[in-house]
Design a protein around this ligand. Structure first.
Ligand SMILES: [Mn+2]
Length: 317
C-alpha cells in the first residue's frame, strides 16, 4: 500500500505526538507485542454503491482525504493505531466490495483490532457488519447503530445492492440465519424517507430516532434509549453517515441534509455513551465525497468525529 500518513511534527515528546507519527501498517508487528488494543484503519474507496443508488459520486476519494484529515489529530493514549490499507472490489459490483470489506473486517477482528472504516459509500455498512459477525463466536448478537438522515433499508435494485440498502441486507441475512435484527437508526429526517420506507423498517424491527430528538430537552431520553438498545446486543457496529449532519457543516456528501443535526454537545454526549459501553466492535465514517466538499469541512468533521470516538472507545468486554 502507498503510505500517505504525514503531517506536523512537534518533536519527540510522547504527549506531542500526532496520528501520522504513531500509526503503523497493520500486521507489521505481532499483535501480542502491541501494548494497547489497536484501532485499525480500513479504506473503502468506492463509488459503486452510490452510483447504483443514482447519487452524486465522489466517495472513492473519501478514504485518503479522511486519512489526511486525521493525520494531525493528537495521538490517542488509550489505543494504538494501525492502517490495513484499502479494500478493493470488482469495478461496479457492489457486493464484491462488501465481501472484500467483510474479509478485511473479520481479519482485523480475529487479530484483536477494532476496525475503523473510512468510506466510501454507505453500502460499506453491510460488509462492516458481516465481517464482525463472521469473526464473532456463534450466538453473538451483533447490532448496528447508525447516525443517518436515511433509514438505508431500501430494497435492492433488480437484486443488486446499493448505498441505500445496507441495513436491508443485514435484515435479510439475519432472517435467513435466524438471528435477531438489532438496528438503531438515529437522526432520521422526514424529507429524506417516504412513509412506506419508515413503515417497512419499523415492521422489520428497526428502531428509528428522528433528528428532532437532538435537543437538550430530550437528551436524557435519547441517552436512555441508546442504553436500552445497547443492553440488547453483545457487540455493535457503529456507523456515522456524514449526511446526518446539516449541509452547513457537511456539504461534501452524496445527499446533503439542509435540516440535519449539528455535531454539538448533545451529539457528542450520545456518541460517547455508545463508545464507552465496551460493546463497540467496529466504527465507520461513510459518504465522505471530497469533490463535493467546501474547503474540506466535511472531511475535517469526519476526522473530529473519529477523534471523539477513538478517545472514548472502551475495550470490548
Ligand atoms: Mn446512509
Amino acid at each position: 500500500m502507498t503510505w500517505t500518513w504525514r503531517g506536523r511534527d512537534d518533536g519527540p515528546d510522547p504527549t506531542a505526538q500526532r496520528w501520522h507519527q504513531v500509526i503503523r501498517p497493520w500486521g507489521a508487528l505481532p499483535t501480542s507485542r502491541a501494548r494497547r488494543q489497536p484501532v485499525v484503519v480500513i479504506g473503502y474507496p468506492s463509488d459503486a454503491g452510490v452510483r447504483a443508488n443514482f447519487g452524486r459520486v465522489g466517495t472513492a476519494e473519501g478514504p485518503n482525504v479522511l486519512r489526511a484529515a486525521c493525520a494531525n489529530l493528537p495521538a490517542p493514549t488509550t489505543h494504538s493505531l494501525c492502517d490495513a490499507g484499502d479494500v478493493a472490489g470488482a469495478g461496479d459490483d457492489v457486493e464484491s466490495w462488501q465481501q472484500a470489506l467483510a474479509a478485511a473486517v473479520a481479519a482485523v477482528r480475529a487479530g484483536g483490532g477494532i476496525p475503523l472504516i473510512l468510506g466510501g459509500g454507505h453500502d460499506q455498512a453491510y460488509g462492516h457488519w458481516l465481517g464482525t459477525v463472521r469473526a464473532a463466536s456463534e450466538g453473538t448478537v451483533v447490532g448496528c447503530i447508525n447516525f443517518d438522515a436515511h433509514v438505508d433499508m431500501r430494497p435492492l435494485h433488480a437484486g443488486r445492492a446499493h448505498s441505500g440498502s445496507p441495513f436491508a441486507q443485514v435484515h435479510s441475512w439475519s432472517s435467513v440465519h435466524n438471528l435477531p435484527f438489532k438496528y438503531l437508526a438515529i437522526g432520521m429526517q422526514s424529507p429524506h424517507n417516504t412513509p412506506a420506507l419508515i413503515h417497512a423498517a419499523l415492521g422489520a424491527g428497526a428502531q428509528l430516532v428522528d433528528a428532532d430528538a437532538f435537543h437538550p430537552c430530550q437528551e436524557a431520553q435519547l441517552v436512555q434509549l441508546v442504553d436500552r438498545f445497547l443492553s440488547t446486543v453483545d457487540l455493535v457496529c457503529l456507523s456515522v453517515d456524514l449526511d446526518v449532519f446539516s449541509a452547513a457543516v457537511a456539504p461534501g456528501v452524496s445527499a446533503p441534509s439542509p435540516m440535519g443535526i449539528m455535531p454539538d454537545a448533545t451529539f457528542r454526549r450520545v456518541i460517547r455513551r455508545i463508545t464507552a459501553s465496551g460493546r463497540v466492535a467496529g466504527v465507520e465514517i461513510a459518504e465522505c465525497a471530497p469533490n463535493l466538499d467546501v474547503g474540506g469541512r466535511t472531511a475535517r468533521l469526519g476526522a473530529a468525529i473519529v477523534d471523539t470516538i477513538v478517545r472514548s472507545l472502551a475495550a470490548p468486554t
